[in-house]
Design a protein around this ligand. Structure first.
Ligand SMILES: [Zn+2]
Length: 99
């Protein structure tokens, strides 16, 4: 099984990142890869779909200002896609922020 490592992420990114590798916010060049993969899931109106679609990502974080870039780990070939099965559960009481 393929595994995420910062080294593999850096190797992939160096092949794909064209132009100067500077932060668009603070103009520094002090990037750090996330320690592990993270995931983002679709918003379902406050309900959680366990086993539903997830987007596995690795992060590139500016070490100066914290600006964060997301990269899809499947597209980068760092992990294999797994088939998703959807199962709806009631979300625990979540604080909703109303403005
Ligand atoms: Zn920055």
């Amino acid at each position: 099984m393929e595994e995420y490592t910062r080294e593999r992420a850096a190797e992939w990114l160096n092949k794909h990142w064209q132009g100067p590798k500077i932060c668009p916010i603070c103009q520094s060049n002090n990037w750090v890869f996330s320690e592990s993969l993270v995931e983002i899931r679709p918003y379902h109106g406050g309900q959680i779909f366990v086993g539903g679609t997830l987007y596995p990502l690795f992060l590139l974080i500016c070490g100066v200002c914290g600006y964060t870039v997301l990269f899809n780990a499947i597209v980068a070939g760092l992990i294999s896609p797994t088939p998703a099965k959807e199962e709806k559960i009631d979300a625990p009481a979540v604080e909703k922020k109303e403005s």
